[in-house]
Design a protein around this ligand. Structure first.
Ligand code: HEM
Length: 141
């Protein structure tokens, strides 16, 4: 699915964004909550107001998990298996929500790394996020 060129591109962009994982994750979450308010219902137990500590901590966790995906593309299902179980059985996140968060991650990356976010890079991130989402949603009933 991802060409070698796309995989190399993802690894190189990942190295550039990893230090900003917290900011990128917090912005992606804030965009999701703002544009798709129903997603907030899953986070009723957290303070998700703009700039909150929860938003930043959780944002960092999400982006670091995406980074694990970038570094382990060939073993995505096993790498992300614990997160798949968590999102399906414990959190019961409806699969439709993964597209919404993926979209917000893409928008955030394009705003924060405009030079690196070429059409080819956009396509590569979209494929990666779709693959990550498929793994996280696969156990959902
Ligand atoms: C928790 C990653 C999508 C809702 C988590 C955690 C990670 C993560 C790493 C923390 C697990 C832990 O603490 O052990 C991801 C990734 C996603 C994704 C990589 C897709 C790219 C979603 C979506 C929703 C969601 C779409 C709902 C709209 C939650 C909730 C928690 C959680 C409610 C628990 C938060 C808490 O109580 O601290 N996710 N997630 N996730 N996720 Fe996701």
């Amino acid at each position: 699915m991802l060409s070698q060129e796309e995989k190399d591109l993802l690894v190189s962009i990942w190295e550039s964004i990893a230090p900003d994982a917290e900011e990128i994750g917090a912005e992606a979450l804030l965009r999701m909550f703002t544009c798709f308010p129903k997603t907030k219902t899953y986070f009723a137990h957290l303070d998700i107001s703009p700039g909150s500590a929860h938003l930043r901590t959780h944002g960092k966790k999400i982006i670091m998990a995406v980074g694990d995906g970038v570094k382990n593309i060939s073993t995505l299902a096993t790498t992300l298996a614990p997160l798949s179980l968590l999102h399906a059985y414990q959190l019961m996140i409806h699969p439709s929500n993964f597209k919404l968060l993926s979209h917000c991650i893409l928008v955030t990356l394009s705003c924060r790394r405009p030079q690196e976010f070429t059409p080819v890079a956009h396509g590569a991130w979209d494929k990666l996020l779709s693959a990550v989402s498929a793994v996280l949603a696969e156990k959902y009933r």
